[in-house]
Design a protein around this ligand. Sequence first.
Ligand code: NAP
Ligand code: MG
Length: 506
Amino acid sequence: MKTETAKQGRETMTKKSTGKNLDLSKEFHQHYAPSLESREIVKIAERYELFIGGRWVKPQTKEYFPTLNPATGEVLSQLARAGAADVDLAVKTARQAYTKVWSKTSGRDRSRYLFRIARLIQERSRELAVLETIDNGKPIKETRDVDLPLVAAHFFYNAGWADKLEYAFPGKKVAPLGVAAQVIPWNFPLLMAAWKIAPALATGNTVVLKAAETTSLTALALAEICAQAGLPDGVVNIITGAGETGAALVNHPDVNKVAFTGSTEVGKIIARAIAPTKKRLTLELGGKSAHMIFADAAIDQAVEGIINGIYFNQGHVCCAGSRLLVEESVADEVVRKLKKRMESIRVGNPLDKNTDIGAINSQGELEKIKKLVAIGKQEEGEFFEPASGTLPSKGYFHKPCFFNRVASSSTLNRVEIFGPVLTITTFRTPEEAISKANDTPYGLAAGIWSEKGSKIHQVASALKAGVVWANTYNKFDPTSPFGGYNESGFGREGGRHGLFPYLEVK
Ligand code: NAP
Ligand code: MG
């Protein structure tokens, strides 16, 4: 009698049902049943005004611009374009709220408002996750399981500090700075708003925040939540517009503090512009972070870590582990396992709960990524992208890919791509790994995979990076400070350190 192993049996079944000799893993991948999150829970208005002084105010420019769903190209809504006069009104309103109300509000009461905002975020969490996914293009499992829990956690964490600031800085006197001008990018829209607004309010400052042009909807929902929480009018003002709006805000003479997250290029423009002023500044900028795999690492876990490090959020992560450094003796094994794992990554509809990689946020970003990949193909290095899975016909999508055996000096190894593109180089000793990891103008993050604790400590202490993860990657926590070295910026967000940039400490 002929016997079949389980594997042979499955292969025979596949041949019988399709008439073709298919690779089972690809077949499985392509036929994964969709599991769509409903967007019914989200109500998007046709048009949004500016949130100034607790009210929705029409822009004095009388101009509006569309915001799109990058997975479909559909126009979701029209947003107000704030001009210089609108920025001026927002800053004046924030100043008044600071002088008359917020600077006189006790830490205990500030804490209550922040707790209330945190709880409202939790209550509306599913709605906000769906809204973020529609407006940004990131997968629902990420907005639901990563962004939203962290957004609420940042408000909870800072709420805890608001009435205990004298314990945060023992023996010192602390005072708020006044009005904070905050400008954020599109990659973690609501989370970046939370990173900015929560510590500013906890420390007693008022805020004018400009959301990114392509992803303002969740910041506007947060404005609504501030009103719902009964936050005094003018304490948080949220405005929309493009780069010029951001420039008008950070250059307004009556702001005391500028907090910017975005590209190094714009960070430098801002630093130059406010250098002659008394404004305080924190910059959270770009990165080209090294992810190092030592031969003694648990390789299968490390491969998962690499996937999470670079392909999480379409690679739209400032601290993405975009430069993989692998110890030479295990490089072939790591690359082989990585290729196999990449065949089962699901790229597609961000509202599908199975999706691992959603849409690239805008056409401009997609073109930038494609241009860099084309440059990579001309330079040395072996290109790989999974054969399985097809990209949706509409919207902005890019397959995960990597370039193996690239030179440290190659363009792709030096430039921030901000997409699902990895470079791979090898090293032979920890010293070589450290020197290659530090060979970058940036210094935001790094990852180390090794089973040996002493090696992890030795390597971590020699790395010039603000965050170093060991045997994990892309883990965030509101209690932990985050920020960069060199061209990745300065100042810290999160933790006790994150309160400091908003305070005068005497
Ligand atoms: P970006 O082009 O620098 O824009 C960031 C924000 O600044 C947006 O709101 C933008 O408005 C505004 N802006 C543009 N020009 C300005 C100017 N001259 N003055 C003031 N504001 C201006 O960056 P992005 O492309 O949105 O975001 C990606 C970058 O952010 C990457 O480099 C990434 O590494 C970095 N990032 C860093 C961190 C971190 O914590 N270190 C976190 C996330 C992202 P518009 O949207 O309207 O153009
Ligand atoms: Mg959008």
